[in-house]
Design a protein around this ligand. Structure first.
Ligand code: KG4
Ligand code: ZN
Length: 408
């Protein structure tokens, strides 16, 4: 089955075209990436210190059609329109009345190119920024109308979770953001005998959740953040200490240097919110406030501004990671899980991964994380999730953006 997936929930415009076979339940699932594109808007949002929803929406609308052309070209599926492709005039006006730029581009695209060999579309319907989600959904609806294809609505967080169960061995050493088409993979990862029950820590710019799953497609939220997400905390703390957006990778880079230069204990320790509570809840907004106060009232003499930033970055990373690790390992031990999945943008954090890896070795739990380029937002996870939910197609009219969509 050939699935074409669209992801626009935040500040990444991403498309993925895969061919998948088999089922994870019978252990014979495999897929090939035929074409894949991803355009990050992070640099554009940097000036706002976070994602600006209307800018994200505009950028998605501008980029989707060029990325569609590129993705189909990679797959060898961009064909000129022939007489067999009879329809060429579609009523996109009503569908795309809120996306004039997308409408204008599709008005050129559709009469030029024929229907590619696609069986179904998969699109992220939530959670995420609603204006951004709507662009992807309306794009999917337009393609569905033009090419007469079913649409599978996908939960973005399930995508993050499932991505960790799939490994592409050829990709493990690739640099971040370098997603290559024509690679194959299987799910579950080769060598995995038992995956369930699993606990998943899903940590991104918008979410911090602990999920329990006993089988594919069945999820229970054990706990989540009461306020800021872990990634949001990284981003906001980074901004306070003068680092650009997205702050997670910046803090992580400086913290690694600071750790090797023994800059620990140069500032007084920051709070580890809720770390001693026997619950699966998180709260990160107090940490951000503590960083703001400590930074503003810092009277120490520093060798340089960079040294100061490095010392703060180290303590911020340590505080966030310690809380995440403590709560996660508590969930793993209480639930009897055999697998720990860590996914979402923050799972690209090396210190978090290394600390969890050590804990998992000590407790004989298998730890699964996606390669960094597939831990952050991407459309492959949407394609795979769409394939696994292939029977759950929805009527175009009934598909809406669900900013607060939950798992389970
Ligand atoms: O999953 P994602 O790409 O988008 C959302 O759905 O939010 O996650 C983005 C978040 C940002 O907050 C970013 O700062 C954080 O993931 N992030 C990291 C790292 N790489 C990305 N946080 C800590 N360390 C990293 N290496
Ligand atoms: Zn995400």
């Amino acid at each position: 089955m050939r699935i074409f997936a669209i992801e626009t929930s935040c500040d990444e415009t991403a498309l993925s075209f895969i061919e998948a076979h088999g089922s994870p339940e019978t252990g014979d699932f495999s897929y090939t990436v035929l074409g894949e594109t991803l355009l990050s808007q992070a640099a554009l949002h940097a000036q706002y210190g976070g994602v600006f929803p209307n800018l994200a929406k505009r950028e998605h609308a501008k980029n989707l059609t060029p990325l569609l052309i590129e993705t189909l070209t990679q797959a060898g599926s961009l064909k000129s329109k022939s007489d067999l492709d009879s329809k060429s005039d579609f009523d996109f006006e009503t569908l795309l009345e809120r996306e004039p730029e997308l409408l204008a581009q599709l008005r050129v695209f559709m009469p030029t190119y024929g229907k590619p060999d696609i069986d179904a579309l998969a699109v992220t319907v939530g959670p995420g920024l609603e204006p951004a989600l709507w662009v992807g959904i309306n794009f999917a609806k337009a393609l569905s109308l033009a090419w007469d294809l079913p649409i599978i609505p996908v939960n973005h967080m399930e995508g993050h979770l499932l991505m960790a169960l799939v490994q592409n061995p050829s990709e493990s050493s690739k640099p971040e953001k370098n997603i290559t088409p024509h690679s194959e993979s299987v799910l579950p990862r080769p060598g995995l005998e038992q995956v369930f029950p699993l606990v998943a820590l899903l940590v991104s710019g918008g979410h911090t959740e602990l999920i329990l799953s006993e089988q594919f497609g069945s999820y229970k939220i054990l706990g989540e953040t009461r306020d800021d997400a872990a990634g949001e905390c990284f981003d906001k703390c980074a901004r306070i200490i003068g680092l650009p957006y997205p702050g997670g990778p910046e803090i992580s880079k400086l913290a690694a240097i600071a750790r090797s230069e023994f800059l620990e204990e140069r500032i007084s320790s920051l709070p580890r919110p809720m770390i001693h509570e026997k619950s699966y809840e998180f709260s990160f907004s107090g940490l951000k406030t503590a960083v703001r106060n400590a930074w503003a009232n810092d009277t120490a003499t520093w060798e340089s501004e960079t040294h100061k930033q490095m010392a703060y970055a180290l303590e911020i990373e340590n505080a966030i990671v310690e809380v995440l690790v403590k709560k996660t390992m508590y969930a793993v031990s209480e639930s009897g899980a055999v697998t720990l999945v860590v996914s979402g943008g923050v799972s690209a954090n090396t210190h978090l991964k290394e600390t969890l890896q050590q804990k998992c070795v000590e407790t004989s739990i298998q730890l699964l994380t996606p390669t960094p380029s597939l831990a952050t937002d991407n459309a492959r996870m949407i394609a795979i999730t769409g394939y696994l939910h292939q029977s759950e197609t929805a009527e175009s009219n009934s598909i809406t953006a669900q900013g607060q969509l939950r798992l389970g």
